[in-house]
Design a protein around this ligand. Structure first.
Ligand code: PCD
Ligand SMILES: [Cu+]
Length: 804
């Protein structure tokens, strides 16, 4: 469709608020009035409250649990332990990664704050008092905190339930604390390239453990109806249909009698993909007691026991020619998965999509190996604003390219440009076998370098370095990343056997408004706004009268949910395809009404015109009415369609990020002077929402790079599980963001759109590190471990002898 120029047509097109329009968010009218409806807002008659007894120790045997005092607390109705769940075979549950996790500790605790027992009471206060009164007698065991130490031959056995199990869900296990070893690429080819390489660099890079920390913590209200035998659960889930399937499998209740509803969600960020013991216990309690049971965790519980992210210890190596052409990449990772392997990845990918670690570069040979290890820490390994370990992969390759540039004395921008996959090489198959769909990296890089006047920045930096009295060190960070999002083609991606397609159902009503439902679920992304825009453009119905619903498994078609920036690549495509089914039927109806052949019609914004005579037309509104009133003979009445979209490939959005920092030589404080983010997500549906998503992702990237961390002491105590310690930037700390874009459509997506929401997180974290390290580059520093807090940067200032 060509963009109209005629003012009347422009007006008609603008009235639709379709794709490309920065339409204001429809959901905000409710949110800014405090009218959101979150899990904790849900109250049901007779509802009981659950609270959890948690382990103070990281590794211990449970000698006894005494419930008697707790049961005397007024209002306490029941206390459940693993012993009570055993007859139901629910004391352990399967994880998404093919392991099992304790629902309630079965004889042993494996991490601090692990769930040991639950207390059900008439109100939240009584439940908390009950928790205090449960007496658990522990026998301390030696905790295993360091993942390298976990692999020592004589390391304590963490998972006694797996003793003697030599094969796990992802292949052989070589040690009692080893989970899997995953390999990708061609080891022989990479080794051969290294053997003859004139230049090689190596670097150990730790990406520390962090937590997604959404503002709303996790929780649910489970309500089992003993008369009808059906179960409704309101839950903070990014994947309600998957929860329904799992709940049915675990409970034996037919899936048709299980209804899962994700109401408004106060941020997900990967933290709300998995199934937590609290959910299972609330559901079991509701079934056993025949009453609704609410469980909502508090902040400390959220940070210390629900899914963490990252914790990758990476050894990277690059081989190159003396002029900076990369010839091979090798990487070995020790992945600390905590006590249970509960990573939320597509089933066949224990290390997620780490294969993207060859980045935006045409690297002929590459090999990656990831070893998963158990430690006495909370389980997780989720995609915190990242498409399954893409953040770790991008961090690795971008750090390595900087290290190589430094060794060779080549500028960061130049070495990247030299190794880019060229525009004409797309579709490009990487050494790891991923087929990149489209990109134009050089165009985007040039745009950024011009926008910030890179040459002038480097000149300023040189002058600063030459001045021994300069109060600050100046650093320039540059990252040119590629992501892989839109899981995914069901030939490659599934969750517990269910292919990772997504779905859309659209019904156009007689008066021309419509309702659409998808298998995804917004957590703040604005799907109600943007999804309507796709339909508006496809069908010529104004966005304003298109109602978008998600998150209720009783009404929405089956879908795999929202995470990994998959909604636009997968559900977005399903929306386009469902619209096109309706469009095809509408054309038939229009031809019938106008008494011409279908080929004699032209589509124009919101109507079919008779070719050559646009005084004869039928609008989509006319057609909707006719479809219920006078459909052509032989055509069934109504105007609706369902589409399940199985994408042929992932989409590969990319970006070029540049940061300028000034580090105070006295205090180590890092001031972000400039942050320029150019993103390319193909066709853009709502530029304003994209900008908001980028601001959000950059802010979370700033949080991770500059302050977030989850340190453990030798006993396995998590130091800092409140927002006093765990860094969530506010408007005060957050730098100013400059955004820009190029548009390289995806050739295989019906709209040309790629995902965007994770890019700013994935791309910005290595940019901050690149900038901070760059401030010290002239002093021989090649790497610094996040977070780059003032204290740690100050330590580097001292170590480099440049503190004031
Ligand atoms: N091309 C394009 C793309 C896109 N878009 C838009 O934007 C958004 C986003 O998208 P995407 O990218 O597709 O994504 P999604 O799927 O939807 O989402 C997801 C993401 O999202 C983000 N963002 C956000 N926001 C908010 N507010 N909140 C939240 O929570 C969140 N989260 C985060 C995360 S983390 Mo993961 O889960 O970790 O994996 S993943 C993630 C939406 O609305 C859409 O429509 C447009 O417009 N265009
Ligand atoms: Cu990830």
């Amino acid at each position: 469709m060509n963009a109209p120029t005629d003012p009347k047509l422009l007006e008609r097109s603008a009235a639709l608020q379709g794709m490309g329009d920065s339409r204001l968010r429809k959901e905000d009218a409710r949110f800014i009035q405090g009218k959101g409806n979150y899990v904790d807002d849900i109250k049901m008659p007779g509802m009981l409250h659950m609270d959890i007894v948690r382990s103070p120790l990281a590794h211990a045997r449970i000698k006894s649990i005494d419930k008697s005092e707790a049961l005397k607390v007024p209002g306490v109705i029941a206390v459940l332990t693993a012993e009570d769940l055993k007859p139901l075979k629910l004391h352990w549950m399967p994880t998404l990664a093919g392991d099992v996790a304790a629902v309630l500790a079965d004889g042993k605790v494996h991490f601090q704050m692990q769930e040991v027992a639950v207390v059900i009471a008439e109100d939240r206060y009584a439940a908390a008092d009950g928790v205090e009164a449960v007496l658990v007698d522990y026998e301390e065991l030696e905790p295993v905190i360091d993942p390298y130490a976990a692999l020592a031959p004589d390391a304590p056995v963490i998972r006694e339930d797996l003793v003697g199990k030599t094969v796990g869900a992802h292949g052989p296990r070589e040690h009692h604390n080893h989970i899997f070893t995953w390999d990708a690429g061609d080891k022989a080819a990479a080794d051969a390239a290294f053997a003859v390489a004139p230049v090689t660099v190596t670097q150990r890079i730790h990406y520390p453990r962090v937590h997604p920390c959404p503002l709303e913590t996790c929780g649910c209200v489970a309500s089992f109806d003993p008369v009808r035998g059906d179960l409704t659960t309101y839950i903070t889930s990014q994947a309600p249909h998957v929860v329904r399937t799992v709940v049915s499998m675990l409970s034996g209740i037919p899936e048709s009698k299980v209804r899962i509803v994700s109401p408004d969600i106060g941020g997900g960020f990967g933290n709300k993909v998995g199934i937590y013991p609290g959910y299972v216990c609330a559901i079991v309690s509701s079934i056993v007691l025949g009453k609704p049971v609410k469980w909502v965790e508090d902040r400390i519980e959220n940070i210390s026991s629900t899914a963490f992210a990252r914790d990758y210890h990476m050894d990277g190596e690059l081989a190159a020619t003396p002029d900076g052409r990369i010839t091979a990449l090798r990487v070995n990772v020790i992945a600390d998965h905590g006590a249970f392997d509960a990573c939320a990845d597509p089933t066949k990918f224990p290390a997620g999509l780490f294969h993207i670690c060859s980045g935006s570069y045409d690297i002929p040979a590459a090999h990656a190996s990831v070893k998963g290890v158990y430690t006495n820490k909370a389980p997780g390994g989720v995609a915190y604003r990242c498409s399954f370990r893409v953040t770790e992969a991008v961090y690795l390759v971008e750090r390595m390219v900087d290290v190589l540039a430094q060794k060779l004395g080549i500028d960061k921008a130049e070495i990247r440009s030299k190794n880019f996959i060229r525009k004409e090489q797309f579709p490009y198959t990487s050494a790891f076998g991923f087929e990149y769909d489209s990109g134009d990296y050089q165009l985007a890089l040039d745009k950024v370098l011009n926008a910030v006047d890179y040459k002038a920045l480097r000149a300023e930096q040189a002058a600063r370095r030459a001045d021994p009295n300069s109060p600050t060190l100046m650093g320039i960070g540059l990252v040119t990343f590629t992501e892989v999002v839109g899981a995914g083609p069901s030939k490659m991606c599934d969750i517990l056997g269910v292919g990772m397609f997504d779905s859309c159902e659209i019904r156009v009503h007689p008066t021309g408004s419509a309702i659409a439902r998808m298998g995804t679920i917004t957590q703040g992304q604005g799907h109600q706004t943007t999804y309507a825009q796709i339909i508006a453009t496809e069908l010529g119905i104004p966005s304003e009268v298109i109602q978008v619903e998600e998150g209720d498994t009783s009404t929405a078609p089956y879908g795999l949910g929202t995470y990994g920036s998959r909604s636009t690549p997968v559900a977005g495509a399903a929306i386009a395809m469902a619209s096109r089914k309706i469009f095809a039927k509408a054309r038939k109806i229009a031809a019938h009404l106008l008494e011409v052949g279908e080929n004699d019609l032209d589509w124009e914004i919101d109507r079919f015109n008779v070719k050559g005579d646009d005084s004869r037309y039928k609008t989509m509104k006319d057609i909707a009415w006719a479809s219920y009133n006078s459909p052509p003979p032989g055509l069934e009445p109504g105007l609706e369609a369902v589409h399940y979209y199985d994408p042929p490939n992932f989409t590969y959005p990319f970006g070029i990020y540049l940061a300028v920092v000034d580090i105070d030589r006295a205090t180590g404080e890092t001031h972000v002077r400039r942050f320029y983010a150019l993103d390319d997500c193909g066709t853009r549906i709502n530029p304003m929402i994209i900008e908001g998503q980028i601001h959000g992702g950059l802010t979370e990237g700033y949080a991770v790079a500059m302050g977030q961390q989850m340190p453990f002491d030798a006993q396995g105590n998590l130091l800092g599980n409140t927002l006093m310690d765990y860094f969530l930037p506010t408007a005060v700390e957050t730098p100013h963001w400059e955004t820009d874009h190029t548009v390289t459509p995806s050739p295989h997506h019906p709209l040309g759109a790629k995902g965007v929401a994770e890019s700013p997180h994935v791309g910005s974290i290595p940019t901050f590190t690149s900038a901070v390290v760059d401030a010290f580059a002239h002093l021989g520093v090649t790497n610094m471990t996040m977070p780059h807090s003032s204290y740690r940067v100050w330590q580097q200032l001292k170590a480099s002898g440049v503190n004031l």
